[in-house]
Design a protein around this ligand. Structure first.
Ligand code: NAD
Ligand code: AKB
Length: 325
């Protein structure tokens, strides 16, 4: 079938220069046409990998500029990725709350007024807390997050559902686990160790892990996360029954387990453990996730297991990225 890309809806990704955005923009551009997918970020310079298409510097906290850009450019779909992640957020809770909430209201309000037809806003496993069942955490369960990041994601979920129920805003969301990728460095989360470890392994260094060896956390390879995001966004509206955020599972592992898999594929690698403040955050999160609602409602299935993910990361991680970090 011939698709006329010129007339496709324009899509805006805010926070496009981060770990998820740098891969999501490229995948969306392949599907919708380069000119139809606009990358936006606070960063002045467009990341090299996104330079094939439109890029705009944008501060999501500047409500009026975001509003006029979206209205004037007739943007119909928004992926709102700009946020402070768990570890960085704990260092500046007031600003984390501001950034993680205000941008969301700006976009939800634009949709309520009819300017935007579809929104993707990511939640996180951080919505769960120490009182949540840790193994195979259900979709509906006790949620008492203890981090500012988790509180902001839980509040965001409630608001998304509220805008859907009361104003028919088509907003969709996933509780991403820790995401693992090599095209961009991670942005300050508790699960970042599972990316950092590959850079040190490839440099031939021992890795000092900031979590203890038996800390199990839900994780996912980025390619799976991008596919899940697009599958959810492309699912027919009536199939998307959860308007807070979907549990989503990839593979769960501990630092000891990922280190063992790396050792199997790269002999000589060694890990040691020096838990810091992030241990407490990790201890409050689930070890594994029950994502049967996503599987049943829009057909989710992960592709990457720990072994495949480690192989792909070891083949592709480029240590020179650390020089520009
Ligand atoms: P990241 O930190 O790598 O990227 C965030 C991007 O937002 C950065 O490029 C940053 O420059 C930009 N940004 C910050 N403030 C901004 C502002 N005021 N205006 C515009 N842009 C701004 O984050 P990420 O890992 O890509 O995560 C994206 C989203 O996914 C976040 O909401 C995060 O909470 C969620 N999430 C990520 C993970 C993960 O493991 N990466 C897991 C769960 C949820
Ligand atoms: C973090 O560790 O903060 C993120 C997340 C799981 O939300 N990777």
């Amino acid at each position: 079938m011939h698709v006329n890309l010129e007339f496709m809806n324009k899509t805006l990704i805010i926070g496009a220069a981060g770990q998820i955005g740098t891969e999501l923009v490229l995948e969306l551009r392949q599907r919708k046409g380069v000119q139809n997918v606009i990358a936006a970020d606070l960063k002045e310079d467009c990341p090299k990998g996104l330079a094939d298409g439109p890029y705009v510097q944008m501060d999501v906290l500047d409500r009026e500029s975001v509003r006029s850009y979206i209205i004037e450019n007739e943007i119909k779909e928004v992926y709102l990725l700009a946020a402070l992640l768990s570890a960085t957020a704990e260092k500046n809770p007031a600003f984390a709350w501001k950034l993680n909430m205000e941008g969301l209201f700006t976009i939800l309000d634009l949709a309520k007024e009819g300017h935007i037809s579809k929104i993707f806003w990511p939640s996180s496993i951080a919505v769960f807390g120490p009182t949540t069942p840790k193994v195979n955490t259900p979709q509906l369960t006790i949620m008492e997050p203890t981090t500012v990041y988790g509180i902001s994601k839980q509040a965001g979920e409630r608001w998304c559902e509220y805008y859907f129920n009361n104003y028919d805003v088509d907003v969709r969301s996933i509780r991403y686990p820790g995401l693992i990728s090599y095209t961009s460095l991670p942005g300050g989360g508790t699960t970042d160790y599972a990316v950092d470890i590959f850079y040190q392994a490839k440099l031939g260094n021992n890795y000092s892990c900031f979590l203890s060896e038996d800390t199990a956390l839900p994780m996912m390879y980025m390619k799976d996360a991008i596919r899940a995001t697009i599958e959810l966004m492309e699912a027919p509206k009536e199939q998307v029954k959860i308007r807070s955020a979907y549990n989503l599972s990839g593979c769960s592992f501990t630092p000891k387990e990922i280190a063992a898999e790396i050792k199997d594929q790269l002999s000589g690698f060694e890990i040691s453990y020096a838990p810091d403040f992030r241990q407490q955050i990790a201890d409050s999160w689930p070890g594994s996730i029950d994502d049967s609602e996503a599987r049943n409602q829009w057909g989710w299935k992960e592709e990457f297991n720990l072994q495949m993910m480690v192989k792909t990361m070891l083949e592709n991680v480029d240590v020179s990225m650390l020089d520009n970090a």
